[in-house]
Design a protein around this ligand. Sequence first.
Ligand SMILES: *Cc1c(COP(=O)(O)O)cnc(C)c1O
Length: 449
Amino acid sequence: MINPAELELLQQALATLAKGYEKLPSFTAEFDTDAAAQVLQLVAERMHDNYPYYHPQYAGQMLKPPHPVARIAYAMSLWVNPNNHALDGGKASSALEKECIVELGQMYGWDAPLGHLTGGGTMANLEALWVAGRLHPGKRVLGSKQAHYTHSRISDVLGLPFSAVPVCNDGRMDLAAIEAMLKAGDVGTIVATIGNTGLGAVDPLGEILGLANEYDARVHADAAYGGYFGLASELRDETRAVYDRLPEVDSIVVDPHKHGLQPYGCGCVLFRNADVGQFYKHDSPFTYFSSAELHLGEISLECSRPGASAVALWATQQLFPLEKGGQLAQWLDLGLLAARDFWQRLADSEHYQPLMQPELDIVVYALNAADARQASDRARRVFALAAENDLHLALIELPVGLVQSYLPELEANAETMTCLRSVLMKPEHGAWLDRIMTILEDCAVCGSR
Ligand SMILES: *Cc1c(COP(=O)(O)O)cnc(C)c1O
């Protein structure tokens, strides 16, 4: 689990960090190391009660271990503990954040976006919808029924009406339903999810942009999960087409703490038109005196934020530039291929039925059974049995009609059905599929006894 080289690299980085402060009179804060040691042992033991997220046999939720370079850069910067709210608190790390934002913007073909890092996708989406609401006051927000639940909640916080658009059986938003809602004339913003959290389905952006143009609505892309996949070369054609149109949306959210190899606390919001910065205006009496340069707190709703996130992201983007054909892109491709391979293996199994073909690296699959209730029970049993055998999966509750389109003989004796879901985010997942399938087949047999 722990590579000793990481600790060595951290020490080297800290030694270089300390050199920057050598001209000050020597000062190091003291603390009671014995007391701290006791508590640290205690807390390390408490941490055993986690699923083994770092391991390829964790094939459940969207949890990706941060890259060591991110982890080390983040830890190193904690000895400074910069605050990216204002330059007073995080001069160097604010500069690093601005450089990261330029590179993230370039990934979407934007030369001069307005943007910054956030605590995560939720805060980033909040800002995007807040700006959308400023531009279309009181108007409705549309998002997929499979959009992250955060959108309806954020709309509620912002006092904007929200409507959920039904999805087709492939998990993508239903265009006819969007158009019917647009005809009501009160829609200000359409949220297109670029890789929805449950299914990994990518909304049909080209058609959505066309409709938005016709009905004068904004388009916000929630690419919190899928935002990096435009770099990949293994996308299906219709998914590739979506990424090719992404530069045309008004705002984008991407979570570096999902596919960007970062520790938690790293989301990002980008606006194509930097003029929206005007909405953030405020008069803080105490923060911004050190420089005429832009303080990130002038363009973000959150105030104090960890500069460490920017330090870690910058280090990661140095090592793995955001470019097609690069290492990051190759890792994303491995996930896409692993998901397709897994889907096929499940299709070949007598116990399992995979649902839609994966667009990204998320696979959703049902257990074969006569009716929806039995299939749900079987899925929950396999979920628990697999965990006992150190294979960790996730569950998803889906409308029975959607599942039935893949299992036509299934009797629909419930409104929803429990299915299994695996996010194959780790580059190693593909190589572990033999083992993962063996455990799954064993569990399906045991679970049906
Ligand atoms: C994860 C996710 C969010 C929420 O982001 P957090 O980083 O968890 O706050 C929003 N939308 C989508 C599509 C996501 O996958």
